[in-house]
Design a protein around this ligand. Structure first.
Ligand code: AMP
Ligand code: FE
Ligand code: FE
Ligand code: ZN
Length: 280
């Protein structure tokens, strides 16, 4: 059977409620899913109740955006339970950092003459982990841009004029906090930090040194040969290949739970492999 270990819900920047994401996973015949909202576990309780009804396994998780010399490294954190713990407690300040950054970005947009208010962004977001896709959705809804792609190109992207940075954890710090919280980590969509075989190898060496458990190789956007190459490279460093769709509902309408763009298969043994790396 297959699984999907990278899913966003309305708790962060997805547009599908946690229970609906789980229902889509069950309909796709998956045996397990990980909910990995950005910087929040707010969707987990609802997702877990739904998973129990559908008879599938629910892994509590998050996705963190980390500092990296050449940009952003995203880190998936699995088996991070709602409640108290070193990483759980840090999430609140990460969400405050989002709020401060978003406020600055809305002010920058207003200075550029773009009609947008933070209240509109909060209404679009609904949850407590507010991000750039919510700003983008408001710009689309108001006809400022045609689509999310244009919103990032013209205003919100890392090199666009309304972008403002926010404080991020470093890789070592994030892995330490996750481990101290009983969780297991896997680097998300590693093409964000590498664009050649040599660059992948250097990055993977750094991931392994930091104590990361896995790397996301089966990613919807990757061609089959890249998925296979990354899985081989991951295993050569003693790490676990993982995978998922990075489903965001209507914000990324071409991606489907479980199957990505139709050809994604994440084997269910992946969950056991990650389980075996849980700190005890
Ligand atoms: P934030 O975490 O608020 O900085 O927003 C980052 C999120 O925006 C990422 O996790 C993606 O979901 C989305 N994103 C980043 N770059 C783009 C892009 N060029 N086009 C569409 N979505 C993007
Ligand atoms: Fe996202
Ligand atoms: Fe990501
Ligand atoms: Zn994601």
């Amino acid at each position: 059977m297959a699984v999907d270990l990278h899913l966003h819900t309305t708790a962060s920047d997805g547009t599908t409620a946690p229970r609906e994401v789980v229902a889509l996973a069950a309909a796709a015949g998956l045996s397990a899913v990980a909910i990995t909202d950005h910087d929040t576990l707010a969707g987990i309780d609802e997702a877990r109740a739904a998973a129990s009804n559908h008879g599938i396994e629910l892994i509590a998780g998050i996705e963190l955006s980390l500092d990296w010399p050449t940009g952003n490294l995203h880190l998936l954190v699995y088996f991070l339970e709602p409640g108290t713990g070193p990483l759980q407690e840090r999430l609140a300040s990460l969400r405050t950092g989002r709020h401060n950054r978003n406020t600055e970005m809305v002010a920058a947009l207003q200075d550029m003459g773009v009609p947008i208010t933070y209240d509109e962004v909060l209404a679009e977001a609904g949850g407590d982990a507010v991000g750039r896709p919510h700003l983008g959705a408001v710009l689309v809804a108001k006809g400022v841009v045609a689509d999310m792609k244009e919103a990032f190109e013209r205003y919100l992207g890392n090199h666009a004029p309304a972008y403002r940075p926010r404080r991020r954890l470093g890789l070592d710090e994030a892995v330490e906090l996750a481990t101290a919280s009983g969780a297991v980590t896997s680097v998300a969509h590693p093409h964000s930090v590498a664009d050649s075989s040599d660059a992948y190898e250097a990055a993977f060496r750094r991931f392994a040194a930091a104590g990361v458990a896995g790397v996301e190789c089966w990613y919807a956007a990757y061609a089959p040969d890249l998925r296979a190459h990354l899985a081989d490279l991951t295993r050569s460093f003693g790490l676990i290949p993982t995978g998922g769709s990075d489903f965001h509902g209507a914000y990324k309408p071409d991606l489907h739970v479980g199957t990505g763009r139709g050809d994604l298969v994440v084997p269910d043994e992946t969950v056991d492999a990650l389980e075996s790396r849980r700190p005890r």
